[in-house]
Ligand binder design. Structure first.
Ligand code: G6P
Length: 366
């Protein structure tokens, strides 16, 4: 048991530290001479160009990775894209046909609701691509194509390295689609790939500087509820951050788009309520900062996860900085900070981090 933890106190911590490697492995597994190659990919460029709707489905953390895909598909492919939880999708099917692309994200490849949703989508003739961590899993058998993440076995129930390797696979797939459909030119494509190659080093930097997380955890652990806020792509990370924190620390945590706080949730802020904001996007930076000031004025303890580009402009009680990257790639960095906040809080509360109560690693019942 302790041997396979390789000196780390828990599997979860070991897996958090494996992220630079598994993200690099996932990226490299599809790179050939600077290009992205999916062996035996079943769809032609012409078929891909006809795709007019994209639905990303999944459950739990896999869903929170998937919502990055639909966001990027809108931004970078200009295709109408939606994210729907598998457990909803299966009972509330959209109109699907051969020009619809379903992207199913699942670490295990066995989640019952995602399987059931795919069965329905298949009947309607939609194209299905799975992003999964397990070769020849049930979900891969229902898909036209599977992109494997190279996260390796994930033992900790709360997903960490599977999530960031899903993000890496998503970034690569978006770039592949953008190039295949002429939405991005060769030189831009190359720049994006170069940036992706630099991601593991940037993740290492975050993992090399973990001093502040214990201090933050000691503040969060005192309260029974906490909030995450963010806008745009940072809101996606906020949702994953809230899930991580609640599942391993048992502190009730909710995520809000920062602009929505004042429409109800701000009523819950009291003395020392932790409010954690993710701030990496220039065009909404000032807005989120002012939301933080609003909650601070009502007694909140504020914690910011900032892009390095905002160093010196931070106004939170605790400030964490992640290295600069392309706007769309921040979640693969900020993910590590939200994991470290959750991890340190759970440890400070003596929780069983690897096996949180009531949770299963894979949910194969409906
Ligand atoms: C369970 C796990 C989560 C996971 C979710 C989806 O709830 O505890 O960590 O995100 O299932 O699992 P999947 O295998 O489909 O990614």
């Amino acid at each position: 048991d302790s041997a396979s933890k390789e000196g780390f106190e828990t599997f979860t911590l070991k897996e958090i530290y494996e992220q630079p490697k598994v993200c690099m492995d996932t990226l490299n597994s599809k790179l050939e001479n600077g290009d992205i190659v999916y062996e035996d990919f079943p769809f032609t460029k012409e078929e891909l160009s006809k795709i007019n709707k994209i639905y990303t489905i999944g459950c739990g953390t896999a869903f929170y990775a998937g919502i990055n895909f639909s966001y990027l598909a809108k931004k970078m492919l200009g295709i109408e894209s939606f994210e729907i939880l598998s457990s909803e999708f299966r009972y509330d099917l959209p109109n699907l046909d051969e020009n619809s692309l379903i992207v199913a994200v699942s670490q295990s490849g066995e989640t019952a609701d995602t399987l059931a949703a795919l069965k329905e989508a298949r009947k309607m003739g939609a194209k299905i691509v799975a992003i999964t961590n397990v070769l020849a899993s049930a979900i891969t058998r229902l898909s036209d194509y599977s992109i494997y993440t190279l996260a390796g076995p994930e033992i900790g129930v709360c997903s960490t390295k599977a999530y960031t390797s899903q993000l890496m696979a998503i970034y690569e797939f978006i770039l592949y689609l953008a190039k295949a459909t002429g939405k991005i030119d060769e030189s831009k494509f190359k720049e994006y790939i170069e940036e992706l190659k630099s991601i593991p080093e940037k993740q290492k930097k975050i993992l090399d500087d973990v001093g502040i997380y214990e201090e933050i955890a000691n503040v969060i652990k005192e309260k029974s509820s906490a909030f995450y806020i963010g806008r745009l792509i940072d809101y996606k990370t906020a949702m994953e951050g809230a899930l991580k924190l609640k599942e391993i620390s048992y502190i009730h945590t909710e995520a809000f788009p920062a602009g929505e706080l004042k429409h109800g949730s701000i009523a819950l802020i009291e003395e020392k309520t932790p409010v954690i904001a993710v701030l990496t996007q220039e065009e909404v930076f000032e807005k989120t900062l002012s939301n933080l000031e609003e909650v601070k004025a009502r007694g909140a303890v504020t914690i910011g996860i900032y892009s390095e580009i905002f160093r010196g402009k931070d106004k939170t009680d605790f400030s964490i900085f992640v290295p600069e990257t392309y706007k769309v790639f921040y979640p693969i960095l900020t993910a590590i900070s939200v994991q470290l906040i959750a991890y340190n809080t759970a440890k400070a509360l003596n929780r069983d981090v690897d096996k949180p109560r009531n949770l299963a690693k894979s949910v194969t019942v409906e």
